[in-house]
Ligand binder design. Structure first.
Ligand code: NAP
Length: 342
Protein backbone atom coordinates (compact mmCIF):
# COMPACT_ATOMS: atom_id res chain seq x y z
CA UNK A 1 0.00 0.00 0.00
CA UNK A 2 1.47 3.37 -1.03
CA UNK A 3 0.85 6.48 1.10
CA UNK A 4 -0.98 9.39 -0.57
CA UNK A 5 0.12 12.59 1.17
CA UNK A 6 -2.60 15.25 1.09
CA UNK A 7 -1.93 18.85 2.20
CA UNK A 8 -5.25 20.32 3.33
CA UNK A 9 -5.55 24.12 3.29
CA UNK A 10 -8.55 25.06 5.46
CA UNK A 11 -10.61 23.17 8.06
CA UNK A 12 -13.81 25.23 8.10
CA UNK A 13 -17.21 24.13 6.81
CA UNK A 14 -15.91 22.29 3.74
CA UNK A 15 -12.44 21.34 5.04
CA UNK A 16 -13.83 19.57 8.12
CA UNK A 17 -16.40 17.80 5.92
CA UNK A 18 -13.54 16.68 3.69
CA UNK A 19 -11.61 15.18 6.63
CA UNK A 20 -14.70 13.20 7.72
CA UNK A 21 -15.54 11.89 4.24
CA UNK A 22 -11.91 11.01 3.50
CA UNK A 23 -11.87 8.79 6.56
CA UNK A 24 -15.21 7.18 5.71
CA UNK A 25 -14.07 6.45 2.14
CA UNK A 26 -10.66 5.04 3.13
CA UNK A 27 -11.62 1.55 1.77
CA UNK A 28 -12.28 3.12 -1.67
CA UNK A 29 -8.73 4.52 -1.73
CA UNK A 30 -7.32 1.16 -0.64
CA UNK A 31 -8.86 -0.50 -3.71
CA UNK A 32 -6.53 1.82 -5.67
CA UNK A 33 -3.54 0.63 -3.60
CA UNK A 34 -3.37 3.92 -1.67
CA UNK A 35 -3.53 4.86 1.98
CA UNK A 36 -4.55 8.54 2.26
CA UNK A 37 -2.69 10.55 4.92
CA UNK A 38 -2.99 14.26 5.69
CA UNK A 39 0.48 15.84 5.70
CA UNK A 40 -0.95 18.80 7.63
CA UNK A 41 -3.95 21.12 7.84
CA UNK A 42 -3.44 24.86 7.36
CA UNK A 43 -5.71 27.12 9.42
CA UNK A 44 -5.62 30.70 10.69
CA UNK A 45 -6.07 29.72 14.32
CA UNK A 46 -5.08 26.17 15.36
CA UNK A 47 -6.60 26.74 18.83
CA UNK A 48 -10.14 27.37 17.52
CA UNK A 49 -12.73 24.68 18.48
CA UNK A 50 -13.39 22.19 15.63
CA UNK A 51 -15.40 19.01 15.11
CA UNK A 52 -13.89 16.06 17.02
CA UNK A 53 -12.80 14.15 13.89
CA UNK A 54 -10.40 16.93 12.77
CA UNK A 55 -6.97 15.77 14.06
CA UNK A 56 -5.73 18.62 16.27
CA UNK A 57 -2.09 17.53 16.00
CA UNK A 58 -2.09 18.27 12.26
CA UNK A 59 -3.42 21.85 12.53
CA UNK A 60 -0.87 24.55 11.81
CA UNK A 61 -0.52 28.09 10.54
CA UNK A 62 2.83 27.21 8.94
CA UNK A 63 2.15 26.70 5.24
CA UNK A 64 5.64 25.40 4.48
CA UNK A 65 5.29 22.64 7.05
CA UNK A 66 1.80 21.64 5.83
CA UNK A 67 2.81 21.54 2.17
CA UNK A 68 6.15 19.73 2.58
CA UNK A 69 6.24 16.51 0.53
CA UNK A 70 2.54 16.66 -0.49
CA UNK A 71 1.41 14.56 -3.46
CA UNK A 72 -1.72 16.71 -3.84
CA UNK A 73 -2.99 19.99 -2.39
CA UNK A 74 -6.66 20.37 -1.41
CA UNK A 75 -7.43 24.08 -1.09
CA UNK A 76 -10.54 24.85 1.00
CA UNK A 77 -9.45 28.18 2.50
CA UNK A 78 -11.23 30.49 0.09
CA UNK A 79 -10.46 34.01 -1.11
CA UNK A 80 -7.83 35.49 -3.37
CA UNK A 81 -5.29 36.35 -0.67
CA UNK A 82 -3.03 33.74 0.91
CA UNK A 83 -4.75 30.90 -0.98
CA UNK A 84 -3.63 32.38 -4.33
CA UNK A 85 0.10 32.28 -3.58
CA UNK A 86 -0.06 28.77 -2.09
CA UNK A 87 -2.09 27.30 -4.96
CA UNK A 88 0.05 28.94 -7.64
CA UNK A 89 3.31 27.83 -6.08
CA UNK A 90 2.06 24.20 -5.71
CA UNK A 91 0.98 24.18 -9.38
CA UNK A 92 4.30 25.75 -10.47
CA UNK A 93 6.04 22.79 -8.81
CA UNK A 94 3.79 20.36 -10.72
CA UNK A 95 1.66 19.36 -7.70
CA UNK A 96 -2.03 18.84 -8.60
CA UNK A 97 -4.53 21.08 -6.80
CA UNK A 98 -8.17 20.39 -5.99
CA UNK A 99 -10.12 23.51 -5.04
CA UNK A 100 -13.64 24.73 -4.27
CA UNK A 101 -12.49 28.36 -4.46
CA UNK A 102 -14.59 30.07 -7.14
CA UNK A 103 -13.26 33.55 -6.28
CA UNK A 104 -9.71 32.40 -6.96
CA UNK A 105 -10.65 30.63 -10.20
CA UNK A 106 -12.64 33.62 -11.47
CA UNK A 107 -10.20 36.37 -10.50
CA UNK A 108 -6.75 34.72 -10.87
CA UNK A 109 -7.39 32.82 -14.09
CA UNK A 110 -4.41 34.13 -16.13
CA UNK A 111 -2.07 32.52 -13.55
CA UNK A 112 -4.15 29.32 -13.22
CA UNK A 113 -5.16 28.64 -16.82
CA UNK A 114 -1.81 27.18 -18.01
CA UNK A 115 -2.00 24.64 -15.20
CA UNK A 116 -5.64 23.85 -15.99
CA UNK A 117 -4.54 23.12 -19.57
CA UNK A 118 -1.84 20.80 -18.19
CA UNK A 119 -4.58 18.91 -16.32
CA UNK A 120 -3.33 19.83 -12.83
CA UNK A 121 -6.38 21.76 -11.63
CA UNK A 122 -9.60 20.07 -10.39
CA UNK A 123 -12.56 22.26 -9.40
CA UNK A 124 -15.92 20.47 -9.52
CA UNK A 125 -16.86 21.81 -6.06
CA UNK A 126 -16.43 25.46 -7.12
CA UNK A 127 -19.81 25.66 -8.91
CA UNK A 128 -22.99 24.17 -7.41
CA UNK A 129 -20.89 22.33 -4.79
CA UNK A 130 -21.56 18.57 -5.02
CA UNK A 131 -24.05 18.84 -7.88
CA UNK A 132 -22.05 18.06 -11.02
CA UNK A 133 -21.77 20.82 -13.63
CA UNK A 134 -18.04 21.43 -14.11
CA UNK A 135 -17.43 17.85 -15.22
CA UNK A 136 -20.35 17.64 -17.72
CA UNK A 137 -19.53 21.08 -19.16
CA UNK A 138 -15.85 20.18 -19.56
CA UNK A 139 -16.62 16.71 -20.93
CA UNK A 140 -19.80 15.04 -22.12
CA UNK A 141 -21.60 18.25 -23.18
CA UNK A 142 -18.64 19.37 -25.34
CA UNK A 143 -20.27 17.61 -28.30
CA UNK A 144 -22.56 20.64 -28.54
CA UNK A 145 -22.35 24.24 -29.53
CA UNK A 146 -23.63 26.07 -26.48
CA UNK A 147 -26.70 28.20 -27.24
CA UNK A 148 -27.41 29.59 -23.77
CA UNK A 149 -27.23 28.71 -20.12
CA UNK A 150 -29.01 30.05 -17.05
CA UNK A 151 -28.42 29.11 -13.44
CA UNK A 152 -29.44 29.60 -9.86
CA UNK A 153 -25.83 29.43 -8.72
CA UNK A 154 -26.09 30.96 -5.25
CA UNK A 155 -28.09 29.06 -2.64
CA UNK A 156 -28.17 31.80 0.00
CA UNK A 157 -29.89 34.37 -2.23
CA UNK A 158 -32.37 31.71 -3.28
CA UNK A 159 -33.01 30.97 0.38
CA UNK A 160 -33.47 34.67 1.22
CA UNK A 161 -35.94 35.21 -1.65
CA UNK A 162 -37.81 32.02 -0.69
CA UNK A 163 -38.18 33.22 2.90
CA UNK A 164 -39.32 36.67 1.68
CA UNK A 165 -42.03 34.81 -0.27
CA UNK A 166 -43.03 33.29 3.10
CA UNK A 167 -43.49 36.84 4.46
CA UNK A 168 -40.13 37.80 6.01
CA UNK A 169 -38.50 41.16 5.29
CA UNK A 170 -35.09 41.23 3.57
CA UNK A 171 -33.08 41.83 6.79
CA UNK A 172 -34.93 39.11 8.72
CA UNK A 173 -34.44 36.62 5.88
CA UNK A 174 -30.73 37.51 5.62
CA UNK A 175 -30.29 37.11 9.38
CA UNK A 176 -31.97 33.70 9.29
CA UNK A 177 -29.75 32.58 6.37
CA UNK A 178 -26.67 33.78 8.31
CA UNK A 179 -27.75 31.82 11.40
CA UNK A 180 -28.06 28.69 9.27
CA UNK A 181 -24.50 29.21 7.96
CA UNK A 182 -25.65 29.75 4.34
CA UNK A 183 -24.02 33.18 3.93
CA UNK A 184 -20.32 33.96 3.30
CA UNK A 185 -18.31 35.84 5.96
CA UNK A 186 -18.82 38.97 3.84
CA UNK A 187 -22.58 38.82 3.02
CA UNK A 188 -22.17 41.19 0.06
CA UNK A 189 -20.45 38.35 -1.84
CA UNK A 190 -23.81 36.54 -1.79
CA UNK A 191 -26.48 39.25 -1.76
CA UNK A 192 -24.53 41.51 -4.16
CA UNK A 193 -24.40 38.67 -6.74
CA UNK A 194 -20.57 38.45 -6.64
CA UNK A 195 -20.49 34.75 -5.74
CA UNK A 196 -22.89 33.88 -8.59
CA UNK A 197 -20.74 36.04 -10.90
CA UNK A 198 -17.59 34.12 -9.91
CA UNK A 199 -19.33 30.85 -10.77
CA UNK A 200 -20.74 32.15 -14.06
CA UNK A 201 -17.22 33.21 -15.10
CA UNK A 202 -16.00 29.63 -14.53
CA UNK A 203 -18.88 28.23 -16.61
CA UNK A 204 -18.17 30.73 -19.42
CA UNK A 205 -14.57 29.47 -19.69
CA UNK A 206 -15.81 25.88 -19.94
CA UNK A 207 -18.44 26.57 -22.61
CA UNK A 208 -17.79 29.64 -24.77
CA UNK A 209 -14.40 31.28 -24.26
CA UNK A 210 -11.39 30.00 -22.26
CA UNK A 211 -10.35 33.62 -21.59
CA UNK A 212 -13.76 35.05 -20.70
CA UNK A 213 -12.97 37.95 -18.42
CA UNK A 214 -14.05 38.25 -14.81
CA UNK A 215 -14.36 42.02 -15.26
CA UNK A 216 -17.01 41.60 -17.96
CA UNK A 217 -19.18 39.42 -15.71
CA UNK A 218 -18.63 41.67 -12.68
CA UNK A 219 -19.72 44.76 -14.63
CA UNK A 220 -23.00 43.06 -15.55
CA UNK A 221 -23.87 41.87 -12.05
CA UNK A 222 -26.55 43.18 -9.72
CA UNK A 223 -27.73 41.53 -6.53
CA UNK A 224 -30.86 41.24 -4.41
CA UNK A 225 -29.96 43.71 -1.66
CA UNK A 226 -32.56 46.25 -2.79
CA UNK A 227 -35.34 43.76 -3.45
CA UNK A 228 -38.53 44.53 -1.54
CA UNK A 229 -41.28 42.26 -0.28
CA UNK A 230 -43.71 44.36 -2.35
CA UNK A 231 -41.85 43.39 -5.56
CA UNK A 232 -42.08 39.74 -4.57
CA UNK A 233 -45.83 40.00 -3.87
CA UNK A 234 -46.42 41.90 -7.14
CA UNK A 235 -44.62 39.08 -9.00
CA UNK A 236 -46.76 36.48 -7.23
CA UNK A 237 -49.93 38.30 -8.28
CA UNK A 238 -48.83 37.80 -11.90
CA UNK A 239 -48.10 34.07 -11.29
CA UNK A 240 -44.34 34.73 -11.30
CA UNK A 241 -41.35 34.34 -9.02
CA UNK A 242 -38.28 36.49 -8.63
CA UNK A 243 -34.94 34.64 -8.77
CA UNK A 244 -31.28 35.72 -8.98
CA UNK A 245 -30.30 34.18 -12.30
CA UNK A 246 -26.81 34.00 -13.84
CA UNK A 247 -26.92 33.77 -17.63
CA UNK A 248 -24.75 33.39 -20.72
CA UNK A 249 -26.52 34.03 -24.01
CA UNK A 250 -25.92 35.44 -27.48
CA UNK A 251 -27.21 38.94 -28.30
CA UNK A 252 -26.25 41.40 -31.01
CA UNK A 253 -23.67 39.01 -32.50
CA UNK A 254 -21.70 38.53 -29.27
CA UNK A 255 -21.83 36.61 -26.02
CA UNK A 256 -23.37 38.35 -23.02
CA UNK A 257 -23.01 37.47 -19.36
CA UNK A 258 -25.39 38.75 -16.70
CA UNK A 259 -26.28 38.13 -13.06
CA UNK A 260 -29.50 39.88 -11.94
CA UNK A 261 -32.90 39.29 -10.39
CA UNK A 262 -35.42 38.21 -13.03
CA UNK A 263 -39.12 37.39 -13.13
CA UNK A 264 -39.82 33.77 -14.02
CA UNK A 265 -43.15 32.01 -14.57
CA UNK A 266 -43.86 30.09 -11.34
CA UNK A 267 -43.65 26.76 -13.19
CA UNK A 268 -40.26 27.56 -14.81
CA UNK A 269 -37.72 24.86 -13.79
CA UNK A 270 -35.35 27.49 -12.33
CA UNK A 271 -38.19 28.95 -10.24
CA UNK A 272 -38.76 25.49 -8.75
CA UNK A 273 -35.25 25.19 -7.22
CA UNK A 274 -36.18 25.07 -3.54
CA UNK A 275 -34.59 27.31 -0.89
CA UNK A 276 -30.81 26.71 -0.68
CA UNK A 277 -30.65 24.45 -3.74
CA UNK A 278 -28.97 25.31 -7.06
CA UNK A 279 -30.02 24.61 -10.64
CA UNK A 280 -28.61 24.94 -14.15
CA UNK A 281 -30.51 25.04 -17.41
CA UNK A 282 -28.18 24.38 -20.37
CA UNK A 283 -29.17 24.46 -24.02
CA UNK A 284 -26.90 22.92 -26.66
CA UNK A 285 -27.56 22.73 -30.40
CA UNK A 286 -27.50 18.92 -30.48
CA UNK A 287 -28.64 17.80 -27.03
CA UNK A 288 -31.35 20.43 -26.58
CA UNK A 289 -32.28 21.38 -23.03
CA UNK A 290 -30.46 19.82 -20.06
CA UNK A 291 -31.52 20.61 -16.51
CA UNK A 292 -29.30 19.84 -13.51
CA UNK A 293 -30.42 20.56 -9.96
CA UNK A 294 -29.24 19.71 -6.46
CA UNK A 295 -27.58 20.90 -3.28
CA UNK A 296 -25.37 23.93 -3.86
CA UNK A 297 -23.68 24.36 -0.47
CA UNK A 298 -22.90 22.68 2.82
CA UNK A 299 -20.17 20.66 4.42
CA UNK A 300 -20.81 17.12 3.15
CA UNK A 301 -22.45 18.24 -0.12
CA UNK A 302 -19.36 20.25 -1.10
CA UNK A 303 -16.79 17.83 0.31
CA UNK A 304 -18.29 15.01 -1.78
CA UNK A 305 -17.25 16.83 -4.98
CA UNK A 306 -13.74 17.40 -3.60
CA UNK A 307 -13.37 13.69 -2.83
CA UNK A 308 -14.83 12.89 -6.25
CA UNK A 309 -12.11 15.01 -7.88
CA UNK A 310 -9.44 13.29 -5.77
CA UNK A 311 -10.63 9.82 -6.79
CA UNK A 312 -10.83 10.85 -10.46
CA UNK A 313 -7.27 12.15 -10.27
CA UNK A 314 -6.06 8.89 -8.71
CA UNK A 315 -7.83 6.92 -11.44
CA UNK A 316 -5.68 8.81 -13.96
CA UNK A 317 -8.09 11.47 -15.25
CA UNK A 318 -6.70 14.97 -15.83
CA UNK A 319 -8.24 18.05 -14.16
CA UNK A 320 -11.02 20.09 -15.77
CA UNK A 321 -9.90 21.67 -19.05
CA UNK A 322 -11.26 25.04 -20.23
CA UNK A 323 -12.61 25.16 -23.77
CA UNK A 324 -9.56 25.07 -26.11
CA UNK A 325 -10.70 28.10 -28.16
CA UNK A 326 -13.39 30.77 -28.03
CA UNK A 327 -16.52 30.00 -30.07
CA UNK A 328 -18.39 32.82 -31.84
CA UNK A 329 -21.90 33.65 -30.61
CA UNK A 330 -24.41 31.51 -32.55
CA UNK A 331 -27.16 32.94 -34.69
CA UNK A 332 -29.77 32.01 -32.11
CA UNK A 333 -32.32 34.13 -30.32
CA UNK A 334 -32.95 33.08 -26.75
CA UNK A 335 -36.25 33.85 -25.11
CA UNK A 336 -35.51 37.05 -23.14
CA UNK A 337 -35.79 36.94 -19.34
CA UNK A 338 -37.70 39.82 -17.74
CA UNK A 339 -35.33 41.77 -15.48
CA UNK A 340 -36.51 43.16 -12.15
CA UNK A 341 -35.62 46.84 -11.65
CA UNK A 342 -33.48 47.04 -8.49
N1 NAP B 1 -19.41 26.48 2.52
C1 NAP B 1 -19.94 25.99 1.39
O1 NAP B 1 -21.05 25.47 1.38
C2 NAP B 1 -19.15 26.08 0.10
C3 NAP B 1 -19.72 25.54 -1.07
C4 NAP B 1 -18.96 25.58 -2.27
C5 NAP B 1 -17.70 26.14 -2.26
N2 NAP B 1 -17.19 26.68 -1.10
C6 NAP B 1 -15.85 27.24 -1.12
O2 NAP B 1 -15.01 26.42 -0.32
C7 NAP B 1 -13.99 27.22 0.28
C8 NAP B 1 -14.05 27.04 1.79
O3 NAP B 1 -15.30 27.48 2.26
P1 NAP B 1 -15.76 27.26 3.79
O4 NAP B 1 -17.22 27.58 3.81
O5 NAP B 1 -15.30 25.94 4.28
O6 NAP B 1 -14.95 28.44 4.52
P2 NAP B 1 -14.70 28.59 6.08
O7 NAP B 1 -15.67 27.81 6.87
O8 NAP B 1 -14.57 30.06 6.34
O9 NAP B 1 -13.25 27.92 6.29
C9 NAP B 1 -12.07 28.47 5.80
C10 NAP B 1 -10.89 27.73 6.42
O10 NAP B 1 -9.68 28.25 5.87
C11 NAP B 1 -8.85 28.73 6.90
N3 NAP B 1 -8.23 29.98 6.45
C12 NAP B 1 -8.84 31.05 5.90
N4 NAP B 1 -7.96 32.01 5.61
C13 NAP B 1 -6.75 31.55 6.03
C14 NAP B 1 -5.44 32.09 6.04
N5 NAP B 1 -5.19 33.31 5.55
N6 NAP B 1 -4.44 31.32 6.52
C15 NAP B 1 -4.69 30.08 7.01
N7 NAP B 1 -5.90 29.51 7.03
C16 NAP B 1 -6.92 30.24 6.56
C17 NAP B 1 -9.74 28.99 8.12
O11 NAP B 1 -8.99 28.88 9.31
P3 NAP B 1 -9.69 29.05 10.76
O12 NAP B 1 -10.60 27.87 10.89
O13 NAP B 1 -8.57 29.02 11.73
O14 NAP B 1 -10.41 30.36 10.70
C18 NAP B 1 -10.79 27.89 7.94
O15 NAP B 1 -10.34 26.69 8.53
C19 NAP B 1 -14.26 28.64 -0.20
O16 NAP B 1 -13.49 28.90 -1.35
C20 NAP B 1 -15.73 28.64 -0.55
O17 NAP B 1 -16.07 29.63 -1.49
C21 NAP B 1 -17.89 26.65 0.08
Amino acid sequence: METLRIALLGAGTVGSGFVKLLDELRPRFRTLGLEPALSGILVRDPARPRPPWVPRGLLSNDAEQVLRGADVVVELMGGTGRAAGLVESALDQGTPVITANKALLAERWPELKPHALEGLLFYEASVMAGTPVVEPLSGSLRGNRTLELHGILNGSTNYIIGRMEDGLGFSEALEEAQKKGFVEEDPFLDIGGVDAAHKLTILARLTIDPDFEWREVRENTSGIQNLSREQIYAAEEQGKKIRLVASLYPAGGRWRAAVRPVLLPADHPLAQAALSRNALLYRGDAVGEVFISGGGAGSAVTASAVIGDLLRMLEGYPGHPPLPQAVPAPNYQPEPLEEVPV
